[in-house]
Design a protein around this ligand. Structure first.
Ligand code: BEZ
Length: 401
């Protein structure tokens, strides 16, 4: 079930009050006077999973975003920030309704979401139809910054291609020749596996079998037995959240981690590592982040996130934090006038972030250009081994901006 979680919206009375405030904001939006535009809050609509296998991921994105805003005194572009949350439950079938509700009834100035590539596809279509400002803080669906790219659609995370294609060369260089892939059967899984294969096959590797199960199922046993029968040199996997916790544990419990090394997209062990415990040791992944990146911005972020939430930050929190930083970068250039869309987008294009993940700029399709790191799980952390590929730019295939 979809939940609206803003305190202002917990009662009908509260809803009307918030709507009236928003209408005032809308009036300022149509007939701007600098003083009113400055005073009116910017309404951020979070459309994220707050429950289910990706629930923790959505929560961390939300908390990362709020941390950045708190550090700016509760403001973006000099204007106070108001939030409304929708739990999208990682259900693509509800994506259009949830998105329409945020841009329609809630009149959010900007939508921040989501985690799941299939849900993101629905959001992108509504954003294009309604010209709503959308910042994707996780979902890697290639189309969002590919054939469906648009000036109003931004991403502070990655494309599914971007984080997995570099792993092909890494594994081929490690002397691995025959690999089995395993994932959930949906857009992110398919696109990440295809990107890995593109890199691996170009470097002489062979994929002997692709295994998959429907999202978000976690009955891995039959597939793990199949891997044991095939005896590949290694396995490349994409799972995330609760599903990744169970897969890594099941793989180790079957005794395979000793004989068939497990590789994957970094989501396999990011945000999941504590729950995976020793089962995750030795897993190698590529991602645009590593826990121990020796960067002042990373150290400051991790300290602040721990102080505010009592939790260790991860890539999801970083992506939420950077979504707010991107918005701030754009809004600063238009004095907080979020309705000045063309000028805002022009300012956002110029943003260069000193992100906890390292330097980050945006390509013509509004996707980050960033380092992709090779990491290994050691002592309960995703430790940096090396930069797998520096400044990786998604090819933005099909984008006509
Ligand atoms: C996706 O569906 O795009 C996705 C979900 C979790 C982690 C990474 C990607």
């Amino acid at each position: 079930m979809t939940r609206l979680q803003s305190p202002e919206f917990t009662s009908r009375r509260g809803f009307i009050k918030a709507s009236a405030g928003l209408l005032a904001g809308t009036a300022a939006f149509r007939f701007p006077t600098p003083a009113i535009a400055q005073a009116a809050p910017i309404k951020v609509g979070f459309m994220l999973p707050y429950s289910g296998t990706f629930g923790k991921l959505g929560q961390f994105i939300d908390e990362g975003f709020r941390l950045y805003v708190d550090q700016k005194g509760g403001k973006l572009g000099g204007r106070p920030v108001q939030y409304v949350q929708v739990d999208d439950e990682s259900k693509p079938e509800n994506a259009t309704d949830n998105m329409n509700r945020l841009v329609g009834r809630e009149k959010a100035d900007v939508i921040v979401g989501t985690v799941h590539s299939g849900v993101a596809m629905g959001m992108v279509k509504v954003a294009r139809d309604t010209n709503s400002l959308l910042i994707i803080p996780n979902a890697g669906v290639n189309e969002a910054t590919g054939p469906l790219c648009a000036p109003n659609i931004w991403r502070t995370s990655f494309s599914n291609w971007q984080v997995c294609q570099p792993m092909g060369k890494v594994m081929a260089d490690a002397g691995l020749k025959n690999v089995v892939t395993i994932t959930w059967r949906y857009a992110a899984g398919e696109q990440m596996i295809n990107a890995f294969k593109e890199g691996f096959q170009a470097n002489g590797g062979k994929v002997v079998e692709d295994l998959a199960l429907p999202f978000p199922e976690v009955e891995f046993q039959a597939l793990i037995t199949r891997i044991a029968t095939l005896k590949p040199d290694a396995v490349f996997a994409f799972f995330a959240g609760g599903g990744a916790v169970k897969f890594v544990r099941d793989y180790a419990a079957a005794g395979l981690s000793k004989s068939i090394p497990l590789y994957g997209a970094g989501f396999l062990t990011d945000g999941t590592i504590q729950a995976q415990g020793d089962a995750a040791n030795g897993i190698r992944t590529t991602l645009h982040y590593a826990d121990n990146l020796d960067l002042p911005a990373n150290k400051a972020f991790l300290d602040a996130f721990l102080k505010k939430t009592g939790k260790d930050g991860d890539i999801y929190a970083v992506q939420g934090y950077d979504a707010a930083a991107l918005l701030e970068g754009g809004l600063a250039g238009v004095k907080g006038d979020i309705a000045a869309r063309n000028a805002l987008v022009a300012e956002m294009r110029k943003v260069k972030l000193d992100s906890p993940r390292g330097p980050m700029t945006f390509n013509k399709a509004n996707n980050p250009v960033q380092n992709v790191y090779l990491r290994e799980v050691r002592n309960g952390r995703n430790e940096l081994i090396k930069i797998a590929q520096a400044n990786v730019d998604d090819p933005a295939r099909g984008c006509r901006l």
